[in-house]
Write a protein that binds this ligand. Structure first.
Ligand code: BGP
Length: 458
């Protein structure tokens, strides 16, 4: 074994409710924004496949959890669907039963559930009330979070308030790739801010309900920013991209306050959100215990080539251009850059600048289009995925050698699943899913990860 991991390391994979459960109209689940958007504009979605059945986990969780066990998982990340669990503000008993069964089944198999409360799936009625633009919706989220802590907190010890909270901001309020398809930077900052307030209030509530050593955090998609060169303009471009896309959530979550440079920039553009008395203290007093890190690709930036139009509405990218580094390595099956060392740079940064917060790689993975082309002897020979995971894990291992406080690795994803705009185009799973029969078949990487987990290294 060349790369031995610490004894208590977590090996597993991640998913989210909307992407795997299916049963979107069953047992009293209310609509979320994805159900609604798909109903309204199916042609926006790849192959017009919507979130209604996805990977059918609602009905197959027992067998799926067995498969997790078979490949050596000691952890699994799932999310609770708010619109299933508390449609219109009241607990849906059937949904509570479902999540209880899933959690109990995981624990029976010695698989630690990592539970996330919000993965892009705002209940549609609450979106109509303004979604994260509204402070009342923040209170409704806190009520939902408290109910989850009360019902599942006796068994769940790793909680996350949000997955990638910046994505609904970018998608829904800046770049038009999520519902409600608004392009308005002022609303975007309000939404980002309210998400953070919702997060901090949930952390606060958690600490009054849970005194059994359980931990709570947030999951952030951290994209390290690399400047084209060391000239001051490129460095500034990269620093500002980092402020917008990483530190806007990382700093308040882990350090309890927003970076002053970010506040200055937003203020210059008249984009500061509305706040309430006590918010600052709320953030300061409710820092996270743990942090989930999703890492797929780096962000490479350079200074703007042309001055932005001063009359154009604000966009973060008025401060930088993106830059394609010559010779960069690409995932040629999906189109994202692969830069394995990025995962190490993130962990080092957390160690040096964020108090070495306890962290987990909560997503990392490789999407592949038309993956059936790698089928040989009825198994997908995903050597590229094994390579991808291995090369990232080497850097995680290196970070651990340097005392970075990283405790686990979740692949995105346990099985092929529906994705927000791309439906089933990019396959990510350890298990292939046949969309006609819903049959799961292990890929080569599933056997490989089993050995890794059993040996605690490779
Ligand atoms: C992350 C999300 C996941 C998942 C993944 C893959 O940002 O948290 O939900 O979808 O990206 O992205 P895609 O499916 O677009 O390839």
């Amino acid at each position: 074994i060349n790369f031995q991991f610490p004894e208590d390391f977590w090996w597993g994979s991640a998913t989210s409710a909307t992407q795997i459960e299916g049963a979107a109209k069953e047992d009293g689940k209310a609509k979320n924004i994805w159900d609604h958007w798909y109903e309204k504009e199916p042609n926006r979605f790849f192959d017009e496949i919507g979130p209604d059945t996805t990977s059918n986990f609602y009905h197959t969780y027992k067998e799926d959890i067995k498969l997790m066990k078979e490949i050596g998982h000691n952890t699994f990340r799932l999310s609770i669907s708010w619109s299933r669990f508390m449609p219109y503000g009241e607990v849906n008993q059937k949904a509570a039963d479902f999540y209880n069964h899933v959690i109990d089944e995981l624990i029976a198999q010695d698989i630690e559930p990592f539970v996330n409360l919000f993965h892009f799936d705002m209940p549609f009625d609450l979106q109509q009330q303004g979604g994260w633009e509204s402070r009342e919706v923040v209170e409704k989220y806190v009520d939902y979070a408290k109910t989850c802590f009360q019902l599942f907190g006796d068994r769940v010890t790793k909680w996350f308030t949000f997955n990638e909270p910046i994505v609904p901001v970018e998608g829904g309020y800046l770049y038009d790739f999520h519902y409600p398809n608004i392009v308005d930077a002022k609303k975007a900052t309000q939404v980002a801010y309210h998400t953070m307030i919702a997060h901090a209030k949930a952390v606060e509530a958690f600490r009054t309900y849970n005194d059994n050593g359980s931990k709570i955090g947030i999951i952030l998609n951290l994209t390290p920013s690399y400047p084209r060169s060391n000239n001051p303009a490129d460095l500034r471009a990269s620093r500002i991209a980092d402020l917008f896309f990483n530190r806007s959530f990382l700093d308040p979550a882990v350090l309890g306050e927003y970076p002053s440079e970010l506040i200055e920039i937003l203020n210059e553009h008249g984009l500061l959100p509305n706040t309430e008395v006590g918010d600052k203290e709320l953030l300061r007093e409710n820092k996270v215990d743990i942090l989930g890190v999703n890492y797929y690709q780096p962000r490479r930036v350079k200074a703007k080539e042309y001055l932005p139009n001063p009359y154009a509405p604000f966009m973060p990218d008025m401060y930088f251009d993106s830059y394609e580094m010559p010779g960069r390595k690409m995932n040629k099956y999906r189109g994202w850059e692969i830069y394995e060392k990025g995962i190490y740079d993130i962990l080092k940064n957390l160690k040096d600048n964020y108090g070495n917060i306890e962290s987990f790689i909560s997503e990392n993975g490789m999407g592949v289009q038309n993956e059936e082309r790698f089928l040989r002897n009825r198994e997908i020979q995903d050597d590229y995925r094994i390579e991808f995971i291995k090369e990232h894990l080497k850097w995680v291992h290196q970070a651990i050698q340097e005392n970075c406080n990283v405790k686990g690795y979740h692949l995105w994803a346990f099985m092929d699943n529906w994705s927000w705009m791309n439906a089933y185009k990019n396959r990510y799973g350890f298990f292939a899913v046949d969309l006609k029969t819903m049959k799961r078949t292990p890929k080569k990487s599933a056997h490989w990860i089993k050995h890794v987990a059993e040996n605690n290294g490779f």
